[in-house]
Design a protein around this ligand. Structure first.
Ligand SMILES: [Zn+2]
Length: 445
């Protein structure tokens, strides 16, 4: 008999949903982790003879899932949670958000807001976020402090802010941040042009060229409202998606955020170009933007992943909520109760997001060789009992409050519901100071 193979960690959950293969729930299986990587997923009896773990975590009432991937957020906007609710998108942006950002957005604001968001996301089982905001250095610093995986947006917008003067300046600063954080294993960078209505043709052409040169994904809001589409037709004679196709954006495996208003031809075009949708059902409902046709997207092979959007338009950075809303909204808008089932929702919250970010060789499913980004959800409480199907519970019954353990790259970030980051108290004190500043500026308008 061979001597047992040393591993750092052996996790033995009651159930395990690896996401790959699709729609499989394993029982009595273990995950072995060494140097941050998943070494094996195998029956517990086999794991016990094969491995000599330095540490063992038994989870008798839990389902183990891959870390959730939030494919669209503006993390720092957590500081503006609840500042202006019950408004449509353009009034929300023009009357509330843009003035508050103009007055307060700074590196310190972004660092604190991103820390706050990262902590919320970790507690909710989100291990990777695709972020779009200003001051990417500060966002990168925050994600790196708490040890969360993130793709930092190199935001481009034509109008000046305190952060940058013009599109060229945004690009230059974003690329400089990318250079500074190179080698930080949990961080990557993506181009994040804000939206068709805030970015010029010339800037899009430059982004396409750079995206090909550097191999970075491109992430942008698209077809969020009917207003965006009618305005584009009025100003440049084309729907926004047609304009992006003409400019070459679709050849970058674009991550199109929202995509609420697409016709069948547009869905097929995006699918043919291997683009992905970051579906944000809660934000779309709250801003009354509409319901993205995700059943038609999935039927035509267009990848649908999920995002929370920022906390100012949601107001929870909660992927359990997004899974549930995506499933329910798909059913109510199509009259088909089988649309977007629980396993589809779980895949869209994990592997689909990882694939959209071109990180599916690293994260998104519990498979040997991938990074150990893992989340344990307890299903022992009365509201989760009895449990006939853990996948069904994850989407329709459980919530982020049932997340007990989170590992990223094999390292514990949440253990027994407790965040393993020591500076929570000081952060919450600073958040109270930001609240005072934001309240003063809101009341002085
Ligand atoms: Zn957004």
């Amino acid at each position: 008999m061979h001597p047992a193979e040393p591993v750092d960690l052996l996790i033995t959950p009651r159930w395990l949903i690896p996401v790959e293969p699709h729609a499989v729930t394993l029982e009595d299986h273990a995950v072995a982790v060494r140097n941050g990587r998943i070494v094996a997923v195998c029956p517990v009896a086999e794991a016990e003879t094969r491995f000599a773990p330095a540490e063992r975590t038994d989870l008798p009432d839990h389902v183990l899932i891959p870390g959730l991937v939030n494919l669209h957020t503006h993390a720092a906007m957590s500081l503006m949670r609840g500042i202006a609710d019950d408004l449509p998108l353009m009034r929300w942006l023009q009357e509330a958000i843009w003035p508050a950002e103009a007055k307060h957005a700074s590196a310190d604001f972004v660092r604190d807001g991103t820390l706050l968001a990262a902590i919320e996301m970790l507690h909710g089982g989100i291990t990777c976020a695709n972020d779009m905001y200003f001051y990417p250095d500060a966002a990168a610093d925050a994600f790196s402090q708490v040890g969360m995986r993130a793709v930092i947006g190199m935001t481009v917008i034509e109008f000046p802010t305190g952060y940058a003067a013009d599109a060229e300046d945004y690009l230059r600063k974003g690329l400089a941040a990318r250079d500074r954080w190179r080698g930080e294993g949990l961080l990557r960078f993506a181009f994040a042009p804000h939206a068709p209505y805030t970015v010029s043709d010339a800037s899009f052409e430059r982004i396409v060229q750079l995206a090909h040169e550097l191999g970075c994904p491109v992430h942008m809001h698209l077809h969020e409202t009917t207003h965006e589409i009618t305005e584009s037709i009025a100003t440049c004679g084309q729907r926004p998606l047609a304009r992006l196709e003409r400019l070459g954006l679709l050849d970058t495996d674009l991550i199109a955020v929202h995509a609420v208003h697409l016709d069948l031809h547009e869905i097929e075009t995006l699918a043919a170009h291997n683009c992905s949708i970051a579906h944000c059902p809660t934000s779309n409902m709250k801003l009354a933007s509409g319901a993205a046709p995700i059943k038609a997207m999935v039927a035509r092979g267009l990848r649908v992943a999920l995002g929370t959007d920022g906390a100012a338009s949601n107001n929870r950075l909660d992927m359990f909520q997004e899974m549930r809303h995506a499933a329910l909204l798909a059913k109510v808008t199509t009259g088909d109760a089988s649309a977007f089932d629980a396993h589809e929702a779980l895949r869209s919250a994990t592997l689909a997001g990882a694939t959209a970010l071109r990180m599916d060789n690293e994260i998104g499913s519990i498979v040997a060789g991938k990074a150990a980004d893992l989340v344990a959800v307890s299903l022992a409480s009365p509201e989760c009992s009895p449990c006939f199907s853990p996948a069904s519970h994850l989407v329709y019954a459980a919530g982020r409050e049932h997340v007990t353990h989170v590992w990223i790259d094999g390292k514990p970030r949440i253990r027994d519901n407790t965040l393993l980051w020591q500076h929570n108290k000081e952060l919450l004190q600073r958040v109270r100071v930001w609240q005072t500043f934001l309240k003063e500026s809101a009341s002085s308008q």
